[in-house]
Write a protein that binds this ligand. Sequence first.
Ligand SMILES: Nc1ncnc2c1ncn2[C@@H]1O[C@H](COP(=O)(O)OP(=O)(O)OP(=O)(O)O)[C@@H](O)[C@H]1O
Ligand SMILES: [Mg+2]
Length: 250
Amino acid sequence: MGYIIALAGKGGTGKTTIAALIVRALKEKKLGSVLAIDADPNSNLGEVLGAKPGDNVGAILDNISVDPNKVPAGMTKERFIQHQVQAAIQEEDGFDLLSMGKPEGPGCYCYVNNVLRGLMAKLIKDYDYIVMDNEAGLEHLSRRTCRLADMLIVVSDASSVGLKSAKRIIELVGALKFEVKKSFLLINRFNKGTQKDKIKETGLDHLGNLPLEPQIEQLSLQGRSIFDLKSGAQILTALNLLGDQIWKHN
Ligand SMILES: Nc1ncnc2c1ncn2[C@@H]1O[C@H](COP(=O)(O)OP(=O)(O)OP(=O)(O)O)[C@@H](O)[C@H]1O
Ligand SMILES: [Mg+2]
């Protein structure tokens, strides 16, 4: 059964960057097979991971809903969707990638969402780790197509506003009774000035902090991948120190 590590947090706090860093760490440590899921419709996890552009699930579903005749004779619609989504999984060096995108069409997606739910449940079993990057908004959480996470990392910057947002996210997760086994607060671009009481007020266990990493700023400006980050980078050392709590499990 795949171990799902999901990232949530306010916009721009570093969810995608951290998801990519975790994928890199899992790959380098050879901890098992990894599926990276880009669940943000404004997908950029693939780019940060240096993956080639590929199909996304939303576009596949749109295509089928616009033209149901696309389903080949002799194949059920359900089987066809499963087949197409499976084909959209990109095999990269050391990990696979699936971009969810977002259906744009006016159609009703209840049916396809159900199919997707079944498919995700199956996919999760095929990998040792699933690293899921989510969009900043919270509303998508209520139409999730798989159980939320074994490990939910709520990312915040060091600001008071960021920490308040982390608190709201975890309250929503509780209110919607999502299946989350463990959840932690991870502060990105940590600043020594962060007030401890504000961290405590989030109600989350504080996993640790990641520093501002000038190399990441450079890579991002140049559109380069997280794998171009030098192995001695401070942020990698900091993440690896937290690693046991993030990816070790029984
Ligand atoms: N620790 C860090 N040091 C330096 N730059 C960082 C760090 N973490 C993230 N960044 C940069 O900050 C920007 C936002 O990060 P990222 O895209 O990971 O955030 P996000 O939470 O996924 O944003 P969104 O909500 O828009 O999806 C990016 O340009 C990224 O390169
Ligand atoms: Mg992002």
